[in-house]
Design a protein around this ligand. Structure first.
Ligand code: UFG
Length: 358
């Protein structure tokens, strides 16, 4: 029975989103191999994944996907039916300061995965992309057809470039693209889906896995939970003079478990031969804009606490507003965000309490 199970490689599977995706894949009946170099996480979430799924035997390979021979060896060791590629650096500010580090890591690791996939008879590749590719736009919500804007940081640029690389590789190798290119028979077909995430937040309802930022969090929700628990003194809300209803920025906060389920739907679409083109893109969000202030107020209300916060100047590089048109994902993936923002914010707080041993 087990031999017929499809196997998914999750690169970066010990991280925040990767660990939630690993849980959902296993619960949906897939075999999973996790590869992670633990550069931005430890084994906490992977141990949590084992507890949640009751599976002590999930293969874990501690390795850097920038090491091509190791990636080749991984594909030789396991028969891989699909890859979900998370392994990448993701701090916007750091990427501005250290562009070479970002381009090297994020591009080389993805190229190695694609190369190995192609060499081993082809593969289905799901790339973890970002709404950052849309940049600032007046036409909201954004659809998958909305034009990409020039990236505002190297991190965003790597997301755009990796999307483009995937398009080219699919074009060159896919057995069912517009046309089969000369020489394509020597290559394994690669099919690709890019999921463009909006703002993933929250944690698994078990509170055994969640976001584990190193150092001072850049993102809003971990900063909120760390302030609420007393690790940080005060949350700064960056800007209250934006042209929005309450003056603070609007984002589309997507629950991490809902996001993980979108990955399972996308993998199933690839493996079940349901793709309409060799390369597809889906927005993964809720479709609902929420302001920073609304989020803070809701966090206080659902968790019955008071948060120390103040208004501060705008943060450089922030866009005023972005949220998703999710109709394509709703229709084609048969997926939609289900968890309420209230439950998501409760889960974020429960995870912080779990970390604090409370
Ligand atoms: N914010 C604060 N205070 C904080 C942190 C954030 O007010 O301490 C505000 C930001 O100004 C922004 C909102 O909260 O208005 C959300 O900020 P995040 O840093 O949580 O998320 P971003 O929307 O800036 O960035 C996210 C991802 C990026 C991705 C981007 C794409 O973190 O990886 O969305 O839009 F590139």
């Amino acid at each position: 029975m087990n031999q017929t199970k499809k196997r998914v490689l999750v690169s970066g599977g010990a991280g925040y989103i990767g660990s939630h995706v690993t849980v959902e894949l296993i619960e949906a009946g897939y075999d999973v191999v996790v590869a992670d170099n633990l550069s931005n996480c430890d084994m906490t979430c992977f141990e949590g994944v084992k507890k949640i799924t009751g599976r002590d035997d999930i293969p874990f390979e501690k390795m850097d996907c920038c090491d091509a021979p190791l990636v080749e060896a991984l594909f030789s060791k396991y028969r891989i039916d699909a890859v979900i590629h998370f392994a990448a650096f993701k701090a916007v500010g750091e990427s501005v300061a250290e562009p070479i580090k970002y381009y090297k890591n994020n591009l080389i690791s993805f190229l190695n995965i694609l190369d190995a996939a192609k060499n081993h008879g082809g593969c289905n590749v799901l790339f973890s992309s970002s709404a950052t590719v849309y940049g600032e736009t007046d036409k909201l919500p954004v659809t998958e057809e909305s034009p990409r804007q020039p990236a505002m940081c190297s991190y965003g640029a790597t997301k755009q470039i990796c999307e483009d690389i995937l398009v080219d590789v699919v074009r060159a190798t896919s057995a069912y693209g517009d046309e089969i290119k000369a020489g394509a028979s020597e290559l394994g077909p690669v099919k690709g889906i890019a999921l463009r995430y909006f703002n993933p937040i929250g944690a698994h309802p078990s509170a055994l896995i969640g976001e584990l930022p190193r150092g001072v969090p850049n993102n809003l929700v971990p900063y909120i939970t760390q302030t609420a628990i007393g690790k940080r003194e005060c949350l700064s809300i960056f800007g209250n003079d934006y042209p929005t209803p309450d003056g603070t920025c609007l984002r589309d906060y997507i629950d991490v478990v809902d996001l993980a389920k979108a990955h399972v739907a996308a993998v199933a679409r690839m493996l079940d031969g349901k793709m309409k083109k060799g390369y597809e893109i889906f927005n993964v969000g809720t479709g609902k804009p929420v302001s920073v202030l609304e989020l803070v107020t809701k966090f206080e209300k659902v968790n019955n606490l008071k948060l120390n916060y103040k208004f501060a100047p705008r943060r450089a590089g922030d866009i005023t507003a972005i949220w998703a048109d999710t109709s394509l994902a709703n229709k084609e993936l048969g997926w939609k965000a289900e968890r309420s923002l209230e439950d998501t914010l409760k889960s974020a707080w429960q995870w912080e309490c779990h970390l604090a041993g409370k």
